[in-house]
Design a protein. Structure first.
Lengths: 195, 195
DNA sequence: CAAATAACGTAGTGAACGCTACATAAGTGC
DNA sequence: GCACTTATGTAGCGTTCACTACGTTATTTG
C-alpha cells in the first residue's frame, strides 16, 4: 500500500459527482463550492486529487466521453448504416431526456459562459464532438464501400447532418422537449435518408 | 427637451454594442467591465440607462429578436411552405456563419453557465425559441389547410424538426462549420420533406 | 443669474470566485 | 517508538464580480 495517510473518499465516485455538477451547470456555472459539496470533500482534497478546476473538468469530460463512446460504438456496429443512424438518434432521444441525469448532452450544455478565459474548455468540447462525428463518418464510408449507400452519397455531409440533428435535439431537450417529441423529430430526420 | 444634463451617448448604439458582447460571451461570460468598455460608457451610466445587467440583457435580446423575427416573417411569407422552410435554413446557414457578427444564434449561444442563478435568462431564451417555432408551425398549418401538405402531415412535428436542425446548425457554426458545410446539411435536411 | 434636474467620472462597496498556507491526523517503513 | 509521507479541515489569501455613493458638470426652468 502507498505510504502516507490514505484518501478518505473514492476518487471515481467523486469524479462522477463532479461530472453531474458540470453537466447541470456548465464549466463556469459550477463553483468549487458546488463541486466540493457534491463530492463530499473540502477544497484542498479536490486540488490534491484532481489538480484544479480545469483539470477536474477534463477528467470528468473524459469519463463522460468514455461511457458515451462505448455506447456509440455498440450502436455503430449494427449490421446496416441505416439502422446505426436510427439507433444513434433513438438513443439520443432517450438519453437526452433521461430524468435520472441532467438533460441534454454535456458536449453541448457545458459550453457555459465560454468567454475567451474558458477557450480551452470550448476546444475540449469541440474535440469530443468531432470525435463523434468522425466515427459516424467512418461508419458511413464503410457503408458506401459495401454498397449499402450509393456511390454518390457523401458520408462526410451525412455524418454532419446526423450530428447536427443530435445537437439540435440536445438544445430541444434542454428547453423541455419530451422523449416522444424528440422521437417524432427522429422520424422526420430519417425520412431524408438516401437508401 | 428634458431637463437636466443630456445623455452623452446614443442609447440604441450602446445597446447594439452590448448585444454583440452578450452574443459573443453569453450572459454570465459578459462582465460589466466588458460591456461598459464596448459601449464606451462607465458603469453608472449603464445602470442609470438600462437598470442592471439582467435588464440590459433582456433589452438586447428584444432588439435581436425584433430583427430576427422580421426576417423570419419575410421568409415565411414565401408562396409555398417548402420554399419558406428552405429559406429559413438557407438564411440560417448564411447568418450563423456571417463573419461580421458573432457566430451562432444568440438564442442558443447565450445559454451561459445557466446556474439556477441565471434561470430567468434561460427562460427568456427558451421563450424566444418557442416564439420562432410557433410561427413556423402556424405557417405549416396554413400549408396543410391549403392542401400543399397532405392531411396526415404533422405541422407541430415538422416545425420542431426544422427548429431542431437550425439549432443544431448553430452549435455546428460555433464549432467552426462553414456556410458551405451548413448548406450541405440543409440539402439533406430538406430531403426529408413530405411533399 | 440662481435653482432644479439629471448624467457624468472617480473610486470604491460587499460578496463570491478559484485557490492555498498551515497545522493536524492517519497511515507506512525501519 | 520514531521519522516520514500524504490527506484532511480550517481559515483566509488575492482577484474579480455586479453594483453604487458621491461630488462634479451640463443643461433647462423661471
Amino acid at each position: 500500500m502507498a505510504v502516507g495517510r490514505p484518501r478518505s473518499f473514492c476518487k471515481d465516485q467523486a469524479l462522477d459527482r463532479a461530472l453531474e455538477v458540470f453537466w447541470r451547470k456548465g464549466f463556469e456555472g459550477a463553483s468549487i463550492c458546488d463541486l466540493t459539496e457534491a463530492m463530499g470533500i473540502n477544497p484542498p482534497s479536490l486540488y490534491s486529487a484532481f489538480g484544479n478546476k480545469e483539470q477536474l473538468f477534463r477528467q470528468a469530460l473524459d469519463r463522460y466521453a468514455e461511457v458515451y463512446a462505448k455506447r456509440r460504438r455498440e450502436i455503430l456496429a449494427a449490421p446496416s448504416a441505416r439502422e446505426a443512424m436510427e439507433g444513434l438518434l433513438r438513443d439520443a432521444a432517450r438519453s437526452l431526456t433521461d430524468k435520472s441525469r441532467p438533460v441534454g448532452c454535456l458536449y453541448v450544455q457545458a459550453i457555459a459562459g465560454a468567454s475567451e478565459h474558458a477557450a480551452c474548455i470550448r476546444e475540449m468540447l469541440k474535440s469530443k464532438r468531432e470525435d463523434s462525428e468522425r466515427e459516424i463518418r467512418d461508419r458511413l464510408r464503410r457503408a458506401r464501400a459495401e454498397g449499402e449507400l450509393p456511390k454518390e452519397a457523401d458520408p462526410a455531409a451525412l455524418a454532419r447532418y446526423i450530428t447536427t440533428v443530435a445537437q439540435g435535439m440536445s438544445v430541444q431537450a434542454a428547453g423541455g422537449a419530451t422523449r416522444k417529441e424528440l422521437d417524432r423529430v427522429v422520424d422526420l430526420a430519417l425520412g431524408a435518408w438516401p437508401a
